[in-house]
Design a protein around this ligand. Structure first.
Ligand code: AHR
Length: 496
């Protein structure tokens, strides 16, 4: 099979905001306890943070991490997680049916962010609490000193304010599973007031309004329009959440789900711009896709009710999951003009690219690799190449292009990178790349993930599903021809 992409600077989609490679740590399962934090582990540092996990996170090059939830945040009292650890209460977490020991709280997370070379994206509780508690947390974190809450932080040993820039106004507030779920009108008003008070406390922050919990929600569309109409002037981003699973064991349909993902993004952009037009506003609202991933393998796994940090949502990912994650990342980048933040949910153990054993080792799941490749090589600006590709029909979709692709160009180091997935289950693809105004650029590396069965997984002892290098594709300076294996994720990097 043949396909072609044409690359030109004029096809620029938008500057790539590094925060598109964000992730998420929730007080859920073994994400915090046994994931990032495990005092007594042979590789724990003096604060109890696992250094092996930090090392893997560094490989992923994650600029921002959302915290502390997720569903958890909608019942969270942030005051429970500050001050002397020995006096912190144990609380029932109604979101996940567990007991939260509060050994890690706001300050520990901020410390961990510094060590992991990332920055925090804090979520506030607009479920069981409201604007005043939210703005008090901003004061505790960001005010330099001289007020009761900033002095409280200083008395806890943190003289310097944390300067948290990004704040989520609650989580999935349209979901009936959410503590304190709300109608769009109730949430729009609450979010507006919270955002106002938080910004009056620190006017350097940015806030994220909750969009629908997924495109499948009955509330989708109306929810965004109503809440944006109310809160538009005070907020900066609207959130999107989406998870996919291959429940029917239909790889062709599963890999096409990024088309729906693309449609979801496009629809939310349209809704933002409809409200902008209606308000005659000069302000543009951008998108924060702050939960996305594959999630279904672990559904229904039993755990002991009210236990602390049980194994929950511990999906073990296979090769086809990595291919869909690659397609979703490509799609996010194709919308780089409007998607400014995205968080792979989550980062460690809980539906995550990194998996650990309590007291033991860690390994990179299959989905680790496309994320690592794109986070490290998709820099500068994104280009939407012109794609000419055969298409297929499957049970859930029609007209699915076999080829999924995006290009990045980094003016700083002069590197151009082509990211592509061949969705064909059984046919190799001859990809012709027309370089147009990138004439003279030569391939310097061709790495791919291919040749595995769709169900193959990695384990503690064997990370067999990973990237490997290939011989450089043929090139005459104007055209490049690469062979993409069936079911493959490919990264071809160029330099002049
Ligand atoms: O990431 C797991 C959960 O998925 C989050 O807590 C929630 O926001 C979403 O439903």
């Amino acid at each position: 099979m043949k396909a072609k992409i044409t690359i030109a600077r004029e096809l620029k989609a938008g500057n790539i905001d590094r925060r598109i490679f964000g992730s998420f740590i929730e007080h859920l399962g073994r994400a915090v306890y046994g994931g990032i934090y495990e005092p007594g582990h042979p590789l724990a540092d003096e604060d109890g943070f696992r250094k092996d996990v930090i090392e893997l996170i560094n490989q992923l090059n994650v600029p921002v991490v959302r915290y502390p939830g997720g569903n958890f945040v909608s019942g969270y009292r942030w005051e429970d997680g500050i001050g002397p650890v020995e006096s912190r209460p144990k609380r029932l977490d109604l979101a996940w049916g567990t007991t939260e020991p509060n050994l890690v709280g706001t300050n520990e997370f901020m410390k961990w962010c510094k060590k992991a070379g990332t920055s925090p994206m804090m979520a506030v509780n607009l479920g069981t609490r409201g604007p005043e508690d939210a703005r008090r947390l901003v004061e505790y974190c960001n005010h330099p000193g001289g007020s009761a809450l900033s002095d409280l932080r200083v008395s806890h040993g943190y003289k310097e304010p944390w300067g948290v820039k990004l704040w989520c106004l609650g989580n999935e507030m349209d979901g009936p599973w959410q503590m304190g779920a709300k109608t769009a009108l109730e949430y729009g008003r609450t979010a507006l007031e919270a955002s106002k008070l938080m910004k009056w406390t620190d006017n350097s922050i940015e806030t994220v309004l909750c969009g629908s919990s997924s495109r499948q929600m009955n509330t989708f569309g109306d929810w965004e329009a109503t809440t944006l109409d109310i809160a538009y002037d005070s907020i900066d981003y609207v959130s999107l959440h989406q998870y996919y699973g291959n429940h029917s064991k239909d790889t062709a349909s599963f890999l096409a789900k990024s088309l729906e993902f693309d449609d979801f993004i496009y629809s939310v952009i349209c809704i933002c711009d409809y409200i902008k037009a209606k308000k005659r506003s000069k302000k543009t609202i951008n998108l924060s896709f702050d939960e996305w991933n594959v999630w279904y393998h672990s559904n229904g796994t039993p755990f002991e009710k009210w236990s602390t940090a049980p194994a929950q949502l511990e999906d073990i990912y296979n090769f086809e999951d990595a291919l869909l994650v690659a397609c979703m990342l490509i799609t996010l980048l194709r919308h780089a003009d409007r998607v400014k933040i995205a968080c792979l949910a989550q980062l460690v153990n809980v539906i995550a690219p990194i998996f650990t054993e309590n007291g033991g080792g860690s390994f990179r799941q299959t989905i680790f690799y496309p994320f690592e490749q794109m986070s490290n090589h998709a820099k500068g600006y994104a280009i939407r190449p012109i794609i000419e590709s055969d298409k297929y029909d499957c049970k859930e979709f029609t007209d699915v292009p076999y080829l999924e692709s995006v290009v990045s160009y980094d003016e700083e180091n002069g590197e151009m990178a082509v990211f592509c997935v061949n969705r064909s289950l059984d046919e190799e693809m001859q990809l012709d790349i027309s370089l147009l105004d990138f004439e003279g650029y030569k391939p310097i590396a061709f790495d791919s993930m291919d040749g595995y069965g769709v169900n193959e997984e990695n384990t503690f002892n064997c990370e067999k599903v990973c990237m490997h290098s290939n011989p450089l594709p043929d090139s005459d300076g104007k055209y490049v021809t690469a062979k993409l294996k069936p079911l493959s994720f490919n990264v071809i990097r160029f330099k002049k």
